[in-house]
Each structure stands twice: as structure tokens, then as C-alpha cells.
Write a protein that binds this ligand. Structure first.
Ligand code: P1T
Length: 388
């Protein structure tokens, strides 16, 4: 099955047997527990909804299929899925390496909880150069955490090169694939061990469900992560599982439109005399454009840029657009805009932000799937208003 077909058929099949009504979409199984006829045999394999739920099961099969993975697991948020990776693969005294440009909340989780409270030391490195990752490896390094393209600076990591370095030393590689979505990038195919998504974003695509996902091929690793999913309990609820299943069906068509709109906006901004820089992997000017072409099948819908102006003008720009809601998050059908230093990455210490090149006036856009002419006109009127 090709991607679009998997996105509709895997996990959901009309049940025409055993009195099934033939629903073409999976029912939302809200029951928290499942009665059994025989004390030794759970009915249809289900006992208690934290350990297994038919709606979530359908979703987990779908999520796996979208990453060419054998297994998928769904969580209450992207961060819950990240915490599950750390809880399952690390212990006090271990060391992990993480890309220095990550979603602010991911960095807060690794630093404030795992490093500061559980003695799992974290080294943040510029993983754009695989050699920097190799250099940071210690005898007790157990996990490498990548995010590509990264939030918000749109930097890329070479997944295959880093996986090769890591696997020579039995280190796991996890890739946050939120920005690309399963449609444009499949990190497991490039050699990663775990792929993670904030499904809150493109995978669901409608800004109405917070969720997270992990996909993997190794059976023992899946067992470990599934054990923690149940033992720590941060599962995705049945209703959100249903919403996410629904969202995945249109992932391919949405991503194509997100990309087309983002490309048009990025090119418009790049050509504008009062725009200082545009970060979008689909532009030839992106320093890692060649890697993007090789590693991704498309460039996604996220753009970061800086105006040739003051911080005040950048702030006013985010307030002057009509169709881009000034809000955190990304990946929904509606366009969003934000200032990472003040919003999504405010928890990253200012000196760290400076080190990785995250300017206070950097503007981040999540291009939605509205008509692109309306979006371009909107950007144009806001630029005129703010830079006049
Ligand atoms: O919000 P949650 O579903 O827990 O996902 C966290 C997360 C993880 N990884 C990446 C790359 C992310 O972008 C996020 C969440 N990001 C935002 C809310 C944001 O506006 O950037």
C-alpha cells in the first residue's frame, strides 16, 4: 500500500462479522474496563483501558504504518512520549546527547527533570555536524535525541550519519519528526531506532487534540516502551485517538498544501528588501538544502525569518497579520505566527538562545492551508504597515 492508502486503511476495517454493524470508522471505545466471561481469558485481549483500548490500538497500528514501523504507541502529549523514552532507556548515572536546537519544552524536560533531578547528564551539541555528536559520546552515553528540522531554527541533522556513529557504540537514536510529519520524512528508514511526534501538530492537523507518538521496529524496545506507557500511564484517551485517526487520513493532502503555501511565503519573504533572513529548508539559500533534498521528500510548512527592523517591529508584525493567529503550536490547517524567544522558547535561558543563534526578534510562521493569495496579501499588508 502507498502512503495515502495506508493513511486511510491500516487500523480501520468495517467489522462485518459477529454482529458488527460495518462501521467504516473505528468506534470510540470509552469503557475504562472490559468484562470477561472466563476469569483466565480477557475478552478480545482487553482488560483495562490504560493497558489497551480498541480505539487506541487502531490508531497505534495506523501510526506505525505511516512511519514504515512495526510498532506504534500513542501518548497524552508529545512531551509525555519523550518522557517515556527517557524513563524507559535511561537511568541515574547515564548520559544523553541532544541537539542544541530543540522545542523549548523538550529541553526543559531533559534539563530540569532528567539532568537536574535524576542525574542523567545531558550534553547539547550542534548536531548539524555529525562529528560534534561523535565527540560528545562518553562511555555512559545511552541516547541521542535529534529534532530535524529543528524548532525554531529549521536546522537539519543527518540521521543516517548519526545513526551509524551511534550504533557502533550501542547508543539509541531517537528523532523528533514533528516538523516534517510522517509524510515528508521517515527517520526509521534512515537508521533511527525511535521516531517521535507531537501529534498535536501535523499528524492530527486540526488544532483540537494534544497527543504524542512513538514508532519503532525493534520488538524488545517496543516492549520496554509499552511497559512504561502502561506503568507510568500517560496514554492517549479514546476520543483523542479517534480524532488523530481522522486527522491522519488527510495528512498527505494537507502536507502538500502546507508545503506549497510555505514555499510561496518563504520565496516572497526572501525577495523582500526589508527581510533580513529566511529559514526554510526548501530554499536553495538554506545552508543544508542538499541534505533536506536527500533526507526528506518535501520541506514542510514551517518558516522562521527576521525582519530588517527592531524587536518592536517584529512584535507589531505578529499582531498585524489577519489570517495568522498569534499563538503557540503549529501544524494545523489554520496559519499561526509567534515569536519563539517570548513564547515557545521562553524557557530556554537567553544565553543558550544566543549561542544557537535564536534572535529575540525571530518570527516563526506555521503556514496553514488557506488560499495562498490571501496569505501573501496578508503578509504584504502587515510588512507595509510595520516597516513604513
Ligand atoms: O505540546 P506537545 O504535544 O507536548 O509536544 C511537544 C513538542 C515536541 N516536539 C516538537 C518539535 C514540538 O514542536 C512540540 C510542541 N511545540 C509547540 C507547542 C510549539 O509551538 O513549538
Amino acid at each position: 500500500m502507498k502512503f495515502e492508502t495506508r493513511a486511510i486503511h491500516v487500523g480501520e476495517k468495517p467489522n462485518l462479522k459477529d454482529g458488527g454493524a460495518g462501521d467504516v470508522t473505528v468506534p470510540i471505545h470509552l469503557s475504562t474496563t472490559f468484562a470477561r466471561k472466563d476469569i483466565d481469558i480477557p475478552t478480545a485481549g482487553y482488560e483495562y483501558s490504560r493497558s489497551g483500548n480498541p480505539t487506541r490500538d487502531a490508531l497505534e497500528q495506523r501510526l506505525a504504518a505511516l512511519e514504515n514501523a512495526r510498532f506504534g504507541l500513542a501518548f497524552a502529549s508529545g512531551l509525555a512520549s519523550e518522557a517515556t523514552v527517557a524513563l524507559s532507556t535511561l537511568q541515574a548515572g547515564d548520559h544523553m546527547i541532544a541537539f542544541d536546537d530543540l522545542y523549548g519544552g523538550s529541553r526543559r524536560l531533559f534539563t530540569r527533570i532528567f539532568d537536574e533531578r535524576f542525574n542523567v547528564k545531558v550534553s547539547y551539541v550542534d548536531a548539524r555536524q555529525p562529528a560534534n555528536v561523535a565527540e560528545a559520546i562518553r562511555p555512559n552515553t545511552r541516547l541521542i535525541w535529534l529534532e530535524t528540522p529543528s524548532n525554531p531554527l529549521m536546522k537539519l541533522c543527518d540521521i543516517a550519519a548519526i545513526a551509524e556513529i551511534a550504533h557502533a557504540k550501542d547508543i539509541l537514536v531517537a528523532v523528533d519528526n514533528t516538523f516534517a510529519s510522517s509524510y515528508f520524512q521517515n527517520p526509521l528508514d534512515a537508521g533511527a531506532d525511535i521516531v517521535m511526534h507531537s501529534t498535536t501538530k501535523y499528524m492530527n492537523g486540526h488544532s483540537d487534540s494534544i497527543g504524542g507518538a512513538l514508532m519503532m521496529n525493534d520488538e524488545a524496545l517496543h516492549e520496554k516502551l509499552k511497559f512504561t506507557q502502561n506503568a507510568a500511564g500517560s496514554i492517549l484517551a479514546p476520543f483523542d485517538s479517534y480524532l488523530l485517526l481522522r486527522g491522519t487520513k488527510t495528512l498527505a493532502v494537507r502536507m502538500r498544501q502546507h508545503e506549497a503555501n510555505a514555499m510561496a511565503i518563504a520565496k516572497y519573504l526572501e525577495a523582500h528588501s526589508r527581510v533580513k533572513s529566511v529559514l526554510y529548508p526548501g530554499l536553495e539559500s538554506h545552508p543544508q538544502h542538499d541534505l533536506a533534498k536527500r533526507q526528506m521528500s518535501g520541506y514542510g510548512g514551517m518558516i522562521s525569518f527576521e525582519l530588517d527592523g527592531t524587536l518592536e517591529q517584529a512584535k507589531r508584525f505578529t499582531e498585524s497579520v489577519r489570517y495568522f493567529a498569534l499563538a503557540e503550536s503549529l501544524g494545523g490547517v489554520e496559519s499561526l505566527i509567534e515569536l519563539p524567544a517570548v513564547m515557545t522558547h521562553a524557557s530556554v535561558p537567553p544565553e543558550e538562545r544566543r549561542k544557537i543563534g535564536l534572535a529575540d526578534s525571530l518570527i516563526r510562521i506555521s503556514a496553514g492551508i488557506e488560499n495562498v493569495d490571501d496569505l501573501l496579501e496578508d503578509v504584504e499588508q502587515a510588512l507595509k504597515r510595520v516597516l513604513a
